[in-house]
Design a protein around this ligand. Structure first.
Ligand SMILES: CC(C)(COP(=O)(O)OP(=O)(O)OC[C@H]1O[C@@H](n2cnc3c(N)ncnc32)[C@H](O)[C@@H]1OP(=O)(O)O)[C@@H](O)C(=O)NCCC(=O)NCCS
Length: 216
């Protein structure tokens, strides 16, 4: 993980799930569990995914339009599985609130579109579960899992004004490299983290990000 990363994530794996428990100096009980998603999600997951992807305040950040029905949710989710099947280090996880058992969103590790093996981590949560640290906790566990499985580096690509997503990148120790149009048409911020201390990114951005974005 990048040297600027927060405390190492403590995670354990059982039944295919990941849990994470360290947030700074106090050891707290894990708040979320990340469970591998199946091509046909559980009914409660499918309902929640529909309720996530029908919301403009969520889909505006992934360059999509709000979906209208459950069929569209499946059509949005299922193509990912084809790409994820290509490499066992990729995956998609439902994030479950441990206290309530409610699915709150998902985290994905997948190849960037039309790339040369570059890997992206992404996150989407239901707005009723923002502001609780769930995304950062689950993303950190998924990142650790990716590195443990042999991914050398992982990127996150986000609109420059997506301040919540930018904050997640920083919380999980990703480094802002600059702006890129390499994988998506819109100019995006490229965050990066490598599996080894002192590692350098294999790719550079197209241009630097505005200076104020480098201030933490
Ligand atoms: C991006 C997204 C996942 C971020 O969710 P989030 O809840 O803001 O992120 P985190 O899980 O890191 O939570 C951090 C917040 O929880 C708070 N928090 C509460 N308890 C916490 C804890 N124990 N540990 C860490 N943070 C905690 C933090 O103070 C912070 O609050 P703030 O929003 O007031 O600053 C969410 O906004 C989202 O789904 N957006 C739409 C989709 C999207 O943009 N996806 C990314 C496309 S690139």
């Amino acid at each position: 993980m990048h040297p600027a990363a927060p405390q190492p994530a403590l995670h354990s794996r059982s039944n295919g799930s990941l849990t994470l428990s360290a947030r700074g100096p106090t050891l707290l009980p894990p708040a979320v569990v990340a469970v591998p998603l199946l091509p046909k999600p559980r009914l409660d997951e499918a309902d929640r995914f529909f309720d996530i992807y029908r919301r403009p305040e969520v889909v505006r950040w992934i360059g999509a339009e709000p979906i209208q029905d459950h069929g569209e949710a499946s059509a949005m989710i299922e193509p990912n599985f084809t790409r994820l099947d290509a490499d066992s280090r990729f995956g998609s996880w439902a994030v479950i609130d441990r206290s309530s058992g409610v699915p709150v969103g998902s985290i994905i590790l997948k190849p960037l579109p039309d790339g040369e093996g570059e890997v992206e981590i992404g996150w989407q949560l239901h707005p009723d579960s923002w502001g609780k640290g769930f995304a950062s906790e689950a993303a950190s566990a998924v990142l650790d899992r990716g590195f443990a499985d042999g991914l050398p580096e992982v990127r996150a690509v986000t609109y420059p004004d997506n301040t919540r997503s930018v904050a997640v990148c920083r919380r999980i120790g990703m480094q802002l490299l600059g702006i890129t149009r390499r994988w998506y048409h819109e100019p995006s911020l490229m965050f990066w983290t490598g599996s080894r201390p002192g590692q350098e990114p294999s790719l550079r951005p197209d241009q630097p990000a505005p200076a104020e974005l480098f201030e933490t």
